[in-house]
Design a protein around this ligand. Structure first.
Ligand SMILES: Nc1ncnc2c1ncn2[C@@H]1O[C@H](COP(=O)(O)OP(=O)(O)OP(=O)(O)O)[C@@H](O)[C@H]1O
Ligand SMILES: [Mg+2]
Length: 231
């Protein structure tokens, strides 16, 4: 966030003043040799958000990119442990995650955010608090029937018997993205194919570069050679 964005923030108190810091997001991105952003995975429970994000993070990490995976259930163990699954609580959950993701972007990290995030307006909120190119919405598409057959956590079964209320796709709505940056259909693509598609998108749009390691090596060599022969 810069001073201009800060002045538009929705503040309860008027006595809060934004302080600029010398090390900016651009400088961190430059150091990390990547462009930070939120890769936002949305889709039904069991569609494959966590599975694909996890595989993607492994691929990025192996190639020395800076990432952090923010996952629905994990966030509800801490930051959002006071929230349930009513519409209002879901909205507040996504607002908090959006703000945390924004801090991670500022820290120069590529955030992989895996949240059912069923409401278009909540996802729009996150898109709107960061710069235009910093929100990459990925719709992890999968027919409800297949998600229910997978029933990884056994939650669909509980939702069908009424043991769990407000379950997305059963008795709580899911609003599919209207214009996502990417749609991944996990009833058609394998996990590896899905990761390939996301990596291609990140390269094509210059979030990451295949030449990264080489550039770092060149920087290191430049540093060594200047030490060897001081001017
Ligand atoms: N092509 C595929 N892509 C992703 N997952 C797949 C695919 N085929 C089968 N699966 C399986 O589907 C399940 C998806 O579960 P996962 O926990 O990733 O879903 P999720 O969207 O994160 O759900 P939740 O919102 O409940 O956290 C996993 O068991 C995974 O192995
Ligand atoms: Mg998950």
């Amino acid at each position: 966030m810069n001073e201009n964005q800060a002045s538009k923030a929705n503040l309860k108190s008027s006595n809060v003043v934004w302080s600029d810091t010398s090390i900016t997001k651009d400088r961190r991105d430059d150091l990390n040799q990547q462009r930070s952003a939120i890769v936002w995975f949305t889709g039904l429970s069991g569609s494959g958000k966590t599975t694909i994000a996890n595989a993607l993070e492994q691929r990025l990490h192996k190639n020395t990119f800076r990432t952090y995976l923010l996952d629905g259930d994990n966030v509800r163990h801490g930051l959002s442990n006071d929230l349930g699954f009513s519409d209002n609580d879901r909205t507040e959950n996504i607002r908090r995650i959006g703000e945390v993701s924004k801090l991670f972007i500022d820290a120069g990290v590529i955030v992989l955010a895996t949240f059912i995030s069923p409401f278009i307006n909540d996802r729009k909120f996150v898109r709107n608090i960061v710069n235009q190119t910093e929100f990459i919405e990925i719709y992890i598409k999968c027919p409800l029937q297949l998600c229910e057959n997978r029933d990884v956590k056994g939650l669909y079964k509980k939702a069908r018997t009424g043991e769990i209320k407000h379950f997305t796709g059963i008795d709580s709505p899911y609003e599919a993205p209207e214009n996502p940056e990417l749609t991944i259909d996990t009833s058609k693509l394998s996990i590896d194919e899905a990761v390939d598609e996301i990596i291609s998108y990140l390269i094509k749009n210059a979030y990451i570069s295949v030449n990264r390691k080489q550039r770092i090596t060149q920087l290191l060599l430049g540093c060594f050679s200047s030490k060897k022969s001081p001017a």
